[in-house]
Design a protein around this ligand. Structure first.
Ligand code: SAM
Length: 280
């Protein structure tokens, strides 16, 4: 992989990126214009190289004419780094503080907004199964990236990843036999069928799509860090609109509801793990 900088002057490249994002929005309706610029610029440069091109303008030409190139750009701009039981204390807090309150609900709807390749969703399915609540739950798992969603639905993880996930699971307070949640196939594990039954996968764009249900728990972790402030506020509004009264919102470690217009309507359940309860 060639990591040498592109030779276009930075101000021209910034203009080219603006034009690319404008073109993508007008042609495909996907709006990346509010994504935080430093990461976005790096990802676009990466995509230019991956396509074997020399400039962002050349990428724009290809993407506007070729829907498959557009899909590759979306994958490139979607940072889908994730783990099962990522940030184990977050899942320990979910297990200890949130799962018991869900016992009182006859039916549980959870939304994983920005689910990437599915690890967060399967972690929640395991937590609910261990509490004997999975049967009355529906997990709605959405992402902008069709490619990530396909991998999520496949639910196939390598042995090395599963070793890491098993450690995370134990650190999160898991005491079960983690390996038993997977069917072994050569050096990979496939998520067991009964853990997938109640998961509904779908493409949803947090920037342009609206609310589609009312949820008791929403996890939107490590997605908003890639958005600028205006876009974050829009998405917080969407999450708020989609959350039932007394529902729980879980964010990533580097995300916060503090200092947003919504803060006063939420009680902070765990300031470190960014768990909030809607009070009104
Ligand atoms: C870093 S991953 C986070 C995965 C998981 N929530 C976690 O914390 O491990 C960010 C995900 O957000 C998705 N994403 C980015 N922009 C999005 C948007 N506008 N709408 C929905 N998902 C988006 C990306 O495709 C990516 O899969």
């Amino acid at each position: 992989m060639d990591f040498s900088p592109l030779t276009t002057p930075p101000d021209v490249e910034a203009l080219e990126i603006d034009l690319l994002l404008e073109g993508v929005h007008r042609r495909y309706g996907f709006d990346f214009r509010g994504y935080a610029s430093a990461t976005l610029h790096r990802r676009v440069q990466h995509c230019v190289r991956a396509e074997g091109l020399a400039t962002v303008s050349a990428l724009q030409e290809r993407v506007l004419r070729d829907a498959a190139a557009f899909e590759r750009l979306v994958s490139c701009l979607s940072i889908s780094v994730t783990e099962m039981f990522r940030d184990p204390p977050f899942y320990a807090a979910l297990r200890e503080r949130i799962i018991p309150t869900l016992r009182t609900y006859p039916f549980i709807r959870v939304w994983h907004a920005g689910c990437a390749t599915g690890e967060e969703v399967y972690s929640m399915a395991i937590l609910l199964a261990e509490a004997d609540l999975l049967g009355r739950a529906r997990l709605y798992a959405t992402d902008i990236s069709a490619h990530a969603l396909q991998r999520a639905q496949d639910g196939i993880y390598s042995a090395e990843r599963l070793d890491l996930y098993a450690r995370n699971y134990r650190e999160a307070g898991g005491t079960g036999d983690f390996a038993s949640y997977f069917t072994q196939q050569y050096d990979r594990g496939i998520v067991r069928a009964d853990l997938r039954h109640n998961i509904i996968w779908g493409q949803h764009n947090l920037v342009t799509d609206g609310s589609f249900n009312e949820f008791h728990v929403i996890l939107c972790r490590n997605v908003l860090i890639y958005f600028d402030r205006d876009l974050q506020e829009r998405v917080y509004g969407l999450l708020d609109e989609s959350l039932a009264a007394r529902g729980t919102l879980g964010l990533g470690r580097h995300e916060t509801l503090d200092f947003t217009p919504l803060a006063r309507r939420y009680q902070t359940l765990d300031p470190r793990e960014k768990l909030y309860r809607r009070t009104a």
